[in-house]
Write a protein that binds this ligand. Sequence first.
Ligand SMILES: [Zn+2]
Ligand SMILES: [Zn+2]
Length: 390
Amino acid sequence: MIDFKSEAQDLFSYMQDLRRDFHRHPELGFQELRTAGIVARDLTELGLEVSTGIGKTGVVATLEGSQPGPVLLVRFDMDALPIQEETNAEYASQTPGVMHACGHDGHTAIGLTVAKMLNAHKDDLGGTVKFVFQPAEEGLGGAQAMVADGVLENPRPDRCLSLHLWNDKPFGWIGITPGPAMSASDRFTVMMSGRGGHGAAPHLTIDPVVAGAQVVTALQNIVSRDVDPLESAVVTVTSMRGGEAFNVIPEAVELRGTIRTFKPAIREVVLKRFGEIVSGVSNAMGCQADVDLQSITPAVINDPELAGQVLEVANAVYPQAEISTQERTMGSEDMAFMMDDIPGCYFFIGSADHERGLDAGHHHPKFDFNEDALITGAALMAAVVWDFLR
Ligand SMILES: [Zn+2]
Ligand SMILES: [Zn+2]
């Protein structure tokens, strides 16, 4: 095995400069033109065949080994979030209201470093590496857009890989979970209509505020009463809107929120009970409920065999690391759209540094991470690809 750990170490300043540059100039989903430009420039300099504008602002590059062999897709996301940065970092965002608060700046830097390392060893590689730099991971449909633009064809990947820097865990920790790793995400909007009127004459109205409150409470029974206690599910109402005045009962109330599940069978139960409870309780309260349920992403389910292979490589490259095979999160990730079609593995690289205060959670305005985790991510990804294609 090539010593990718020391090769990634040698490329640390390249990777750190890239990460900090992306961090200073974050771009929201489907607007990553500057980022994609740098990605395409560096990949072109390596001599790879580069395509831009895939899935609006995505970039795809292929690295051909010296012999025929399997095709491996490796994916890195590039987008930032609509958050005002509150770190005092020297490399803080220079764009008001936009911030790399999830670590995708790091992912993009890792991806370019992996391409650089593997390209240097391409004469010893069999097969093809398809580098995918994806836009708009944060709920805007970047993965679907790339799939629609044919990223899973010509050549069709045999396996796919991706990673996330993970501030829930400290630097030195690695998470590789066979089976379900991140949840499916569904989004709901419920419009509950009653009959408005004077706040002092509730008997002449059908009060959607009281009915909405009953629905919010009744929905809590799905997870506690309908889901097997050994399984996981979340039903969260995040928004309840209706009414403006202290003395007016409004015509309608709107509820919004999210549903998270790992297993298709559990998802089915939760969605079925969601509809029944909303319409049943609304009816009982005299309200009319219109439910709009939208599937956002399927669950990220790691192929057990590939996850086992990644685990083996991780143990070989990082024998001192704390490696977990149990990390699961109810967060969702649109890599699931690629993994739904192509067996894949999505793993986590611990990146928090409590001593230096680099431990705010993902999507927090103070989010930042230990940049040494970039080395871990690049070395492990390169080693896994190498192991698969050598
Ligand atoms: Zn995120
Ligand atoms: Zn993310």
